[in-house]
Structures are given as structure tokens and as C-alpha cells.
Write a protein that binds this ligand. Structure first.
Ligand code: SF4
Length: 706
């Protein structure tokens, strides 16, 4: 076979928000083909981390969901989709459209997300469309909207290299965004400094000139103190603030409430005062500062406030959207950003329009040709599953995610799924904790089989391309949603012949958002040909006639997406998590990812290479705590928290990088591997009041030796 018979396929890694370009050997090779980094992709320039480099080990047919099933029995697609459409129709007729809900995933492609959103909000009439991205970056979304008037990441990856001061807060990028971390590391030079803010001494802290191992949850206090320091040392950019911002006075007054002198900050954050001062000095001295934040900030009952406390400091110094100077949200999933673009979050409408955007619902309804747009936002993930448990949701369609493992209070989520009259699960993996509780299973195409686009953390849209034949009867997610739309009597609105047609419609709708003064627009791609879509090169939105090749940075001119064009500093009250350790629950638990696994391991556990890194669930605790509990490395221990339904069992690891009194457990193991428990069983469904994001980084537990 010649190269021209078997050209390479340029696609995108399906794991983290870095969005690395991947070269697969060719369209006609079967599963098991080796992959390599795409030298020409601007996210990774040929690099891949071990997860990306092991992708070929995860595409095996074994374990793939092959056929539609109804209550465990194999059925035809026609029968399965009739059942889905019939259940939705019956539920809407009997209980109203809000009895139907969708729970989507950052693993879906943007086109899948677009069709799900259109079907739910436009034609079923339910606002209850949320996504597992709620667990990932909803707080960053809310903070961007409060500060900038739109959910926009102003900078680009190059800024993390250009910055003279790089602040990484709540981010173990070395493990969770490895290729971007490699870029940050390679950018090291004399005079460049890195500050890592994280209660744990993670692999990322190895890059740090200063590691601030702060008290869990105290980030907003630290950044409020920074705002006060900047003001008191004359380091604010007064001209920038006067011309481009609102709210400095209120934000400053709020930050000063507790008299935020460094000594007080140090006390509240449990940090050495000289380290706090050193961080503040470095921030004041370096105009080119990037603060990158991730789940350690977002997954909190005050995640939105924490993110705004960070953004406040950047606005007050005029460091937004400039080379090497910006706040920067690192998204967790490969397409968390794409879902945001189409309205995949329950509180958004579509195409960066909100329910309260003047004229927004009317414009979207007219574009879709429907009169069904719901009057207001829907239920966010934790509320959504609460509604399922209370019987308010009768039909729930879960796409490409495993909430029975990943949501807080996972025992209750499983009970809710058991009690829900109709649970539909579409997935490429056959056996998951969630799929085991579904009434109707729909086989979805996985990575390598499906075709579409994703958007990474720097707003870069890349193509995921098909290079493998579909396994069994697996179909694209957008296709099954469109078929249901057709069966519900809306054939004209769901008549796309292919995925390129879906993308064109998405780009056309985005032009409406662009015309309302928002940055998000793909108007220059609204007429893209099939060939153009196939050949689409990675590009950072907006993509308009003014910027046909996209834009690396936004808001650099100081003009924001608010009605008056000014950004908003938000008054922040630095609050610690409500639950405090006590005699009954003496330890604080933190949860997170490990280097070589992804989410609930349904795909990455298929790679023998990836399971080598950490082979079993574990509990990291400080050596002092290990001694106190009489535990040695390798001993089994159990963690239980208030409301636990089984607890979490893992092997003890003595880890000096832990703060005493605090333990860390990984999120990945599911009931297929560890019937003894899940990390999510330790986390209460406490959420941020603005973003609805759960506090997955904080719980209180007690520990017992087994
Ligand atoms: Fe994939 Fe992220 Fe690794 Fe890149 S850094 S190869 S996107 S997992």
C-alpha cells in the first residue's frame, strides 16, 4: 500500500484541554495503529504525553458498546430510537417538557453538543441540558462573565511562555496538562519566576521558585490580600483602571474588610509571611505575569469568587489579553470549551447568548425556526440529579459520561438513576457504572471513529477526524440526536446530511452572537465548504472577516464584552470552606487526577502502559499522620465522610508533600475495579452558589486502618 493510498490522518487528542494535535497512520488501518504528535499543531508542536502516546492502545474493539440495547436485549437502531422518541413524547405530554433532561460531556464534539442543545432547548422545550463540564470549569465561566461580560479566555499558550512571572494556582499541570507544562518548563530562563499555589507539593511544584502550600480553600484570601498590597504599594495601573474598568472601589473595600495585611493573610492562609510578601512583590514587579488556574480554584463552594479574586488583580494592573500578561483558565476536558460555545451549560442559551441577553432567545428561536425556547435557565448538574432523585425528571439522556462515579454523593446518584423511569445512555464503552443502570443503551462512536471539532483551553478549534471504521453498529452522537428530532416531528430542523452541515449551522448561529458585541463568532466559517471543513486547520476563535485566521489574544485594547465596554472588578469576600475538621471527621480530603489516567478509567484502563503508573487506589497522607494512625506504606485504610455510602478504600502512601491533617485520593477508580468505594462518595454535594460547581477539592473524613 502506498502513502497516497493510506495518507496520515491529522486529528486531536481526546483527553485534556491542551488539545494536542495527533497524527494517526491512516484511514485504512485498523484499530491498534500507532499515533504520534503532530509537529504542525500549535498546541503541542509534535509533543505528546504518555496518555496521548498510548491512544492506539485504547481503540480496541473489545469493550466497545456494539449494538443498541433495550433493557439488556439487543435491538435495532430503529427500535431503540423509537423507544427514545416515544419516551420523550410521552413524558412531555404527561408531565411537560421540563420532565426531560440531558446530561452531556466534554468528550462530545462541538457538533454533537450543538445538536443536543438544539433538540432540548429548541424543540423539546426543556432547559435542563447540563454537562460534566460543570464539574470542571463552570466557576471560570461564571467569573469570566462577571468580569468581562462574556466567557472568554483572553490569552493563549504562548503567554505562559512569555510571562516573566508565571503563577500556577490550583493546577497540577505537570500531570493534568502535561504537554503545556513541558512548554512552560522549556520557557525557563534567567529572571523568569514560577509561583505554584497548591496545598499539596505536586509534580508541578518542582518547577516553582516559590511554592505556597496554602490552607485548602483560602485562595481568594491570598488574592484579596494581593489586591490590597498592589494598591498600598502604588502598583495599580490607575490609567487602565480609570479607562477600562468598573468596581475597583467596591472590590478594594471588600478586600480590606479583614485588614488584609500580609501578616493577616499569612495567618488565614497558613503560610509564612515572608513567602506571602515575596509573592506579592514579584507580582507587583512583573508587568508580564500570567496567572493560570484550574480545578483547584474551580472545584470549590467559592470557586467563582476565587477566580474573580485572581482576575481582579490582573484588571487592576492592566494585565489582560496582552503578550505574557493575562489570567488564564486551564480547562480540564478536550472540548469543555466547545460545549460552552454552543450553550451546553444549563444556564446558557446558545452561541454565547444567555437567556437574559436582550433579544437572545428571540434571535435563537427565529434562527432555529421554533417557538419552543424555554423561558429561563435549567438545572445545573448537582441540582439536576437531585431532581432525578425527587422524581421530577422522568427521562434522562446521558451522553459520554459516567455520573454514577464522577458526581459528588455518588451513592445517591446511583439510587436516583435506578429510580428514574427512563435512563438513556449513549457511550462508546459498554460497561460503565452508569450504563449498568440505563434502560436504553445507544452505541456511540469513539475517538478515531468519529468526526467533528473540539476547542482547547486557548480557544483553538481543531478537527477530530475519523481514521477507523465504526465498531459494530456505533453511530455519531449528533446523528442519533438528529434522528430523535426527526421522529419527534421536526425533520426539517434536523436534516443535516453530514457533520460539516452541522458545523456550518453552528457557525451561522455564532454570527448572531458576534453581532451582539460578543467576541465569540465563527462568521467567517459560516459558508465553509465540505472540503474546507475537512481541511480545517487549528484556529483560535473569533474567526470573522476582520480576523479570518483567528486571534491569539482578546481584550488587549481594554474593550470588553459588557454594555459599556468596561471590565468589572468584583467585590470578593474571602471565605473558607464551611465544613471544618472536628473530632469525628478530623482529616481534610482532596481529590484529583493522576498522571496516566483519565476520568473514570473507562478508556485509559484499557492501556497496559497507562495502568503501570499507579495500579491501585491509594491514599496519600503526611508521614506524621501515617505514624499517628500506625500506618505503613502499603497498608490498607478506609476513609469515610458525613453521608458516605461505602467509603473509600486505598493503599496508604506516605507523602511528605501533603500538609499534615490532609489526605489526597485519586478520582479515577470506578466500581468495575473497586467495589470497596469511590472517591466521589467522600464529597458532599456542596456547590458554588454562582456557578453550581461542586466542591470536589474539599471534604472532611475520618481514616481507619483495615
Ligand atoms: Fe492529550 Fe493532554 Fe496529553 Fe496533550 S497533554 S497528549 S491533549 S492528554
Amino acid at each position: 500500500m502506498t502513502d497516497s493510498d493510506n495518507p496520515v490522518c491529522r486529528t486531536t487528542c481526546p483527553y485534556c484541554g491542551v488539545g494536542c494535535g495527533v497524527v494517526a497512520p491512516g484511514r485504512s488501518l485498523s484499530a491498534g495503529a500507532l499515533v504520534a504528535g503532530d509537529q504542525d499543531h500549535p498546541a503541542n508542536y509534535g509533543r505528546l504525553c504518555v496518555k496521548g502516546a498510548s491512544l492506539h492502545e485504547t481503540t480496541a474493539v473489545d469493550g466497545h458498546m456494539m449494538y443498541p440495547r433495550l433493557h439488556g436485549r439487543r435491538v435495532t437502531w430503529e427500535r431503540a430510537l423509537d423507544e427514545v422518541a416515544g419516551a420523550i413524547r410521552a413524558s412531555v405530554d404527561a408531565h411537560g417538557p421540563e420532565s426531560v433532561a440531558f446530561y452531556l460531556s466534554g468528550q462530545l464534539l462541538t457538533e454533537d453538543y450543538y445538536v443536543a442543545n438544539k433538540l432540548a432547548k429548541g424543540f423539546i422545550g426543556t432547559p435542563h441540558v447540563d454537562t460534566n463540564s460543570r464539574l470542571c470549569m463552570a466557576s471560570a465561566v461564571a467569573a469570566h462573565k462577571r468580569a468581562f461580560g462574556e466567557d472568554v479566555v483572553p490569552g493563549c499558550y504562548e503567554d505562559l511562555e512569555l510571562a516573566d512571572l508565571l503563577v500556577l494556582t490550583g493546577s497540577n499541570a505537570a500531570w493534568n496538562h502535561p504537554v503545556l507544562y513541558q512548554r512552560m518548563k522549556a520557557a525557563g530562563r534567567p529572571g523568569r519566576r514560577v509561583v505554584v499555589i497548591d496545598p499539596r507539593r505536586t509534580a508541578t511544584a518542582e518547577l516553582a521558585d516559590l511554592h505556597l502550600a496554602l490552607r485548602p480553600g483560602s485562595d481568594a484570601i491570598l488574592f484579596n490580600g494581593l489586591l490590597v498590597w498592589l494598591a498600598d504599594t502604588g502598583a495599580l495601573d490607575q490609567d487602565y483602571v480609570r479607562n477600562h474598568c468598573r468596581g475597583l472601589g467596591e472590590a478594594m473595600a471588600s478586600a480590606r474588610v479583614s485588614g488584609f495585611a500580609p501578616s493577616k493573610v499569612a495567618d488565614l492562609c497558613d503560610l509564612p509571611e515572608q513567602d506571602v510578601v515575596r509573592f506579592y512583590r514579584w507580582f507587583a514587579e512583573n508587568p508580564r505575569t500570567v496567572t493560570a488556574f484550574s480545578q483547584g480554584v474551580n472545584q470549590s463552594s467559592t470557586g467563582t469568587d476565587k477566580a474573580n479574586a485572581i482576575i481582579n488583580c490582573h484588571l487592576a494592573t492592566g494585565r489582560v489579553g496582552k503578550p505574557g500578561a493575562s489570567p488564564f483558565s486551564l480547562t480540564g476536558q478536550p472540548n469543555a470549551m466547545g460545549g460552552r460555545e454552543v450553550g451546553g451549560l444549563a444556564n446558557t442559551l446558545a452561541a454565547h447568548l444567555d437567556y437574559d441577553t436582550p433579544g437572545g432567545p428571540e434571535q435563537v428561536a427565529e434562527f432555529w425556526g421554533t417557538g419552543q425556547i424555554p423561558p429561563g435557565p435549567g438545572l445545573k448538574a448537582v441540582e439536576l440529579f437531585r431532581a432525578v432523585s425527587e422524581g421530577r425528571i422522568k427521562v434522562l439522556w446521558i451522553m459520554g459520561t459516567n455520573p454514577a462515579v464522577s458526581l459528588p454523593d455518588s451513592g445517591l446518584v446511583r439510587q436516583a438513576l435506578k429510580a428514574c423511569p427512563v435512563v438513556i445512555a449513549s457511550d462508546c464503552i459498554a460497561l460503565t457504572d452508569t450504563n449498568a443502570l440505563a434502560d436504553i443503551l445507544l452505541p456511540a462512536q469513539g475517538w478515531g471513529e468519529k468526526d467533528g471539532t473540539v476547542t482547547n483551553s486557548e480557544r483553538r478549534i481543531s478537527r477530530q477526524r475519523r481514521f477507523l471504521p465504526a465498531v459494530g453498529e456505533a453511530r455519531a452522537d449528533w446523528w442519533m440526536l438528529a434522528e430523535v428530532g426527526r421522529l419527534l416531528g421536526h425533520g426539517d430542523a434536523f436534516a443535516w446530511p453530514d457533520v460539516a452541515s452541522v458545523f456550518r449551522e453552528h457557525a451561522q448561529l455564532s454570527a448572531i452572537a458576534g453581532s451582539t458585541g460578543r467576541q465569540f463568532s465563527l462568521s467567517a466559517l459560516a459558508g465553509i465548504s465540505d472540503e474546507g471543513y475537512e481541511a480545517l486547520e487549528p484556529v483560535q476563535w473569533p474567526v470573522t472577516t476582520d480576523y479570518p485566521h483567528g486571534r491569539a489574544r482578546l481584550f488587549g485594547d481594554g474593550r470588553f464584552s459588557t454594555p459599556d465596554g468596561k471590565a468589572c472588578l468584583v467585590p470578593i469576600e474571602g471565605r473558607l470552606p464551611e465544613a471544618e475538621p472536628d473530632l469525628r471527621w478530623p482529616m481534610i480530603v482532596n481529590t484529583g487526577r493522576i498522571r496516566d489516567q483519565w476520568h473514570t478509567m473507562t478508556r485509559t484502563a484499557r492501556s497496559s502502559r497507562l495502568v503501570q503508573h499507579r495500579q491501585e487506589p491509594f491514599i496519600d497522607l503526611h508521614p506524621e499522620d501515617a505514624r499517628r494512625y500506625g500506618l505503613s506504606p502499603g497498608d490498607l485504610a478506609r476513609l469515610e465522610g458525613p453521608g458516605s455510602m461505602g467509603g473509600y478504600v486505598g493503599k496508604v502512601r506516605s507523602e511528605p508533600g501533603q500538609r499534615p491533617g490532609e489526605v489526597f485520593v485519586p478520582i479515577h477508580w470506578n466500581r468495575q475495579f473497586t467495589p470497596a468505594g469511590l472517591a466521589s462518595d467522600l464529597i458532599r454535594p456542596v456547590t458554588d452558589p454562582v456557578s453550581g460547581q461542586p466542591e470536589s477539592k474539599y471534604g472532611v473524613v475520618h481514616l481507619t486502618r483495615i
